[in-house]
Ligand binder design. Sequence first.
Ligand code: ADP
Ligand code: MG
Length: 703
Amino acid sequence: MEVNLLNTKIEFLKGVGTKKAEVLKKELGITSYQDLLTYYPYRYVDKSHFVKIRDINSEDVYIQVKGKVVGIETIGAGPKARLSAKFVDETGMVELVFFKGLKWIKETLHFNKEYVIFGKPSLFKNTYNFAHPDFEPIEVFMLQQAQQTEKFSPLYNTSEKMKNSFLNSKAISKLTRTLLSQTRGYIHENLPPYIIERFKLISHENALIQIHFPYSPELLAKAKARLKFEELFYMQLEHQLMKNFRTEKSKGFVFSTIGDAFNNFYNSYLPFTLTNAQKRVVKEIRQDMRTGHQMNRLLQGDVGSGKTLVGLLCMLIAIDNGFQATIMAPTEILAQQHYTTIKNFLGDMPINIAILTGSTKQKERKIILPQLEDGTINIIIGTHSLLEDKVQFSNLGLCVIDEQHRFGVEQRAKMWTKNHMPPHILVMTATPIPRTLAMTVYGDLDCSVIDELPPGRKPVQTVHFFDKSRLRVFAFMRKQIKEGRQVYVVYPLIKESETLDLKDLMDGYESIVREFPLPEYQISIVHGKMKPADKDYEMDRFKKGITHIMVSTTVIEVGVDVPNASVMIIENAERFGLSQLHQLRGRVGRGAEQSYCILMSNYKLSTEAKTRIKTMCETNDGFEIAEADLQLRGPGDMAGTKQSGLLDLKIADIVRDEPILKASRSLAIQIAQEDPTLSHPSNKILKVYLFKTKPQTDLSKIS
Ligand code: ADP
Ligand code: MG
C-alpha cells in the first residue's frame, strides 16, 4: 500500500521538531503535512514595492519601507521598558517601537545601517510608528528576493504563543516552502478530469503552490477559485450522498394512520384555524413520516409563526400510530412553557403528558421513568435531561427538537438510539437560517418553512433612542402599563464581563424601581445568577400578569410567550447581534395589540452597530435579518455553526462565494443522483478522496 506522504506528522518536517509541533497543534490544530499545506495565508505583500514614508497613510495595513536607523534609545525601565528607534528615508521619519526582546534587538539593529522594515503603521502624535516590525538588513533582503521566483510573499495568522516559539508568519512561510519542495509529485489530483475541464480549474497541486507563493495575481485568483470549488463541492457531495443513503436505505417507522388523537384535537380542541403555511408544513411532515424512511427534517419559521402547534400535531400523529413522542427544549423555562401550552391545548383529551428536566425531583422521576418505559406516558417534554441513558421509552416514534442551535449534532444523534429503529426527528428553529447557509450547513436535512404569521398580528414597531431620551421612554412605558400591557427591559449579558453586566442590570433595575414605585407597579427581575426556582417564580408572576415590568438579561431570549407584553426595551442594543435582537423583539407582538421595540444605545456606535440597529428599525422579516446578519458577521459566527463545527471552511466564504457554492452544489446533486455509489470509473477519484479526508464519517454505508 502506498504510504501517503501528506499524512506525515508535522514534527518530522525539517525545522519543526517536537516543541514547535506542540505549539502548532495547540494553536492551529496542525498535526500533519496536509494540515500545514491547507493553512492558507490571509493576505499577500508585494515584496518589490516600497512605500515612501511621506506616502504612508492610516489605511495602510502592512507595508514595506526602506531606510536607515538614525537613533536608538531605551525608554523606561524594568518590565515597562521599551526600545524606540528613529527610522528615516529621504522623505521623512517613523518610529519603531519594541517592547520585548530588547537586548537582542539592541544587538542586531545597527545605527546608520540600511534596513527594510515590514509592519503595520499606526499614527501617534503626528508620527507613524511600527510596533515590532520585521526588519532585515538591505543586503539580506536583496539576496532573498533574488532567490525567490515569485513577487508576492504570504502572510499567515499567528498567535502570541506562536511568535514566542519563533513561529511568526515568516517562519510559517519558510516551513511551507520546505514542505512544498519536499512533496513535489506527491500531491495528487482530487477531482476527475471531466470536472476540471468543465469548470476550467487549475490542478490541485498547482493551486496549493500558488496559494502560498503566487507568481502573479492572476494565478493567485485561479488558485483561490480552485481551492474554494473543491472545498464547497466535497462538503456538498458528502451531504448529498448521506441524504441519499438515508432516504434510500435507512428504515423508519411508518406512520400510516391519522386517528382519534389527531382528528379529535383538530376538530374539537384547536382554538384557531391553522395558517396555510402551518397546514402545508404539517402535510409535508406527514408525508415524510409515512414513507418507511426515517425523517430528518428542519422546520424553520420566524418567531411567533406557531411552530409549537405544528410540533404538537405531528406528535398526535405519532400517538395515533401507537408511538410515543417527545419534545426537547434548550432551557427549563422553555420546557416548562411547552408543557403548560401543550397541556392547555390538549385539555381533557386522554393523552398522558409529563415533563422531565434537571430540576425534576427524584421522587417524581421514580414515577415518570417507569411510566415512560411501559408506555403509559404518551408525550414527554423536557430539556437535555431526556438524553440521559436512564430515560428509556416503550416505543419512541418522534422527537421534536426546539430551538436547534442550542443543541449540538451529537445530541441530535443521541436521540436516534432511544428505540430499536431511530425515531423521526423534527428540528425546529426560530433563528431563520439564510437559504445559502441552510443549504450548506443543513444540506443533509429536508427543510420545511413556515413563511406566514397567524392572522391579526401587527408588525412590531421598532425605534432607536439614545440614552438622553430615557424620560420619554419611561413616560411611554407608563402609558402602555396603564392600558394594561406589560413591558420587558433587557440588558446584555456577555460572558467575559459577567460581573459588570450584572451591575448594569442591577443599576437599571434600581432606577426602574425608583421610576415605577410600589404599590402601583410590580416589577420582576430574572438573571442567570438566580436559582432556577426563583427564576421560575419571577417568570411566572410576569406571565400571570401580576408584574408589569420584567427586567432581565437575555435569559428570556428564546421562545418565551407572554402575549400581553407589548413593549420590548433593549438596553445597550449596540452590544447585541442581529439575530439576538430579532429573537428578543419576537417576545412582543404576540397578542392582538400593537407592540413596540425600543433599542436604547450610546452615542458612540461602530458602523456595524449602526447597520444592525438600522436593519432592525427597517424590517420585521426574520429571513431578511438573517441575510443581513450573515453579510455582517460572516458565516463563522452564525448562531451555533461554530459550536457545532458544522461550517469548518478553510478558504471558501459562503456569502462571497455564492456563485461557486451554487455551481458546485448542482454538480454534487447531479453526481449523487446519477452515480450514488461513486462506482463509475470517472468518479473513482471522488470516492478515494472522500474516504481519505473523511474517515470519521461512515461513508462505507454508501458503497
Ligand atoms: P414560535 O414559532 O415562535 O415557537 P409559538 O409556537 O410560540 O411560536 O406561537 C406563537 C403564538 O401564536 C402562540 O401563542 C400560539 O398559540 C399562537 N398561534 C400559533 N398558531 C396560530 C394560528 N394558526 N392562529 C392564531 N394563533 C396561533
Ligand atoms: Mg417556539
